[in-house]
Design a protein around this ligand. Structure first.
Ligand code: SAH
Length: 256
């Protein structure tokens, strides 16, 4: 007897939709997402689509109608519960737009729970379009099969970030002027944590002193070279995931 092909196929398109998703309900997809399903993925009635809602997890849904403007889906089976991501946030000083966008995408793929955009004195940019940023986070989550979207905090000035910093979260401060080797620091302080990365021009002396003055801050070094802000952010998050996050052996079972 021929083996039953896996359903849904791995190639099925993935989409985040507003929740809560429930078996047998009707999900209507419109706008850009309908265009993506119809014109880009060329889905037809009877095809499978994977849906996530950042709430109930991941579902296999069946296309019940595929029109020019909207696509109807019927969630059939819950495939996975919403995953727990390690409680690690990235406090990213706003970089030039393409570089901020790159970090939003890569930090999502790497597994951060939250992104906190920060304004420092030498930031060239002073705002972030939250809708655009959320689209980048969502598309990155769809692409890498995350079931939990990273949260996006409001843009915060560095002094406010430090003033309101919670007692129970370590703030690893990526300091190009030196600190404890990052892997060593990450291993030594497991638990709720964040990584702070400066803008293109770095933090000024007063800002560096203010960050270092915070009792929860741990200055870290990402090596002897001066990295661009986007490189420091991506390398720092990857290293934390490997040393203290869900790339470790004891977390491997939750991987795809
Ligand atoms: N002040 C620097 C550039 C800053 S690089 C200059 O203009 O010469 C941008 C940010 O990346 C820094 O603020 C820091 O947070 C991070 N960074 C870059 N290289 C780093 C390193 N080797 N170790 C730790 N953090 C680094």
């Amino acid at each position: 007897m021929p083996a039953t092909p896996a359903w849904p196929p791995r190639s099925a398109p993935r989409l985040f939709v507003p929740g809560p998703i429930a078996a047998g309900s009707e999900v209507v997809i419109e706008g850009g997402q309908a265009h993506y399903l119809g014109k880009v993925m060329r889905i037809a009635v009877g095809d499978a689509v994977i849906l996530c809602d950042d709430l109930t997890g991941e579902w296999a849904a069946l296309v019940t109608s595929a029109g020019k403007r909207d696509v109807m889906l019927e969630p059939r089976e819950r495939l996975r519960a919403r995953e727990d991501v390690p409680d690690f946030e990235l406090c990213l000083s706003l970089l030039k737009k393409p570089n901020t966008d790159l970090v939003l995408e890569k930090a999502t793929e790497l597994g951060v729970a939250r992104i906190r955009p920060v304004i420092a004195r030498r930031c060239v940019a002073d705002k972030l379009n939250p809708e655009r940023a959320r689209t980048i986070l969502t598309e990155a989550a769809e692409q890498c099969a995350r079931t939990a979207l990273p949260q996006l905090a409001e843009v915060t000035k560095l002094d406010a970030l430090l003033r309101d910093w919670p007692q129970d979260r370590v703030l690893f401060f990526a300091d190009e002027q030196g600190g404890e080797p990052a892997a060593q620091a990450f291993a030594a302080h497991q638990g709720r944590a964040a990584l702070l990365v400066g803008p293109e021009g770095g933090f000024d002396d007063a800002e560096r002193a203010a960050v270092r003055g915070l009792s929860q801050a741990r200055p870290i070094s990402l090596g002897p070279r001066i990295l661009r802000g986007e490189t420091a952010a991506i390398a720092g998050v990857a290293l934390w995931m490997a040393v203290a996050g869900d790339w470790r052996q004891d977390h491997a079972s939750s991987a795809l």
